[in-house]
Ligand binder design. Structure first.
Ligand SMILES: [Zn+2]
Length: 180
């Protein structure tokens, strides 16, 4: 079943599907949050992540890149004790390391992504593996679909598909997109 059908009238998935999934994001902290949520989802359900979202925001300083990049060993211990989030040392380390790496890009994350567009999924995965940590094929692909860089977030007969299309997401502006 597609996410559009799963999300219909669903208390948790509905609002995310209707207002966030597949919509372009320009804000760097919001992009960082989405990447972190996708990383934390690995091996778990998206529902689990949505349920923990507020706790994540609180634990990770609102996903403020500059603040997370400065997290210390003490912050990591605090996070490992926080039952509201996913207590996985590798995922927590990935948040801090990726915040540092995003800040080290030398330009806003949103600009960096735009500068590398268009790219096939395979090329994106290669680039993400080289640039960030904990960004394998599935996580990178899900992240790029969820921010509108790769197609496939919504069924074509979903109302949100039409709304997003009007916002000119990146997947719709790549050469050959119309034939996909
Ligand atoms: Zn949909």
């Amino acid at each position: 079943m597609s996410y559009c059908l799963i999300a219909r009238d669903h208390p948790l998935h509905g609002p995310y599907h209707d207002r966030e999934y597949g919509f372009p994001i320009e804000d760097d902290n919001a992009l960082f949050e989405r990447l972190m949520l996708e990383i934390n989802q690995a091996g778990l359900s998206w529902a689990t992540i949505l349920k923990k979202r507020d706790a994540f925001r609180q634990a990770f300083a609102g996903f403020d890149l500059a603040r997370v990049a400065r997290f210390t060993a003490r912050d990591r211990r605090r996070l490992m004790r926080n039952e509201g989030i996913i207590r996985n040392a590798k995922k927590i380390d990935a948040a801090v390391e990726n915040a540092k790496r995003i800040l080290a890009l030398g330009q806003p994350f949103a600009s960096w992504l735009a500068a590398h567009h268009p790219r096939s999924k395979e090329e994106w995965v290669k680039l993400f593996k080289k640039t960030f940590v904990f960004t394998g094929g599935e996580i990178t692909g899900s992240f790029l679909i969820s921010i509108g860089y790769l197609p496939g977030a919504h069924d074509e007969n979903c109302g949100v598909y039409r709304r997003i299309s009007r916002l000119k997401p990146k997947w719709a502006t790549s050469p050959g997109a119309a034939t996909r």
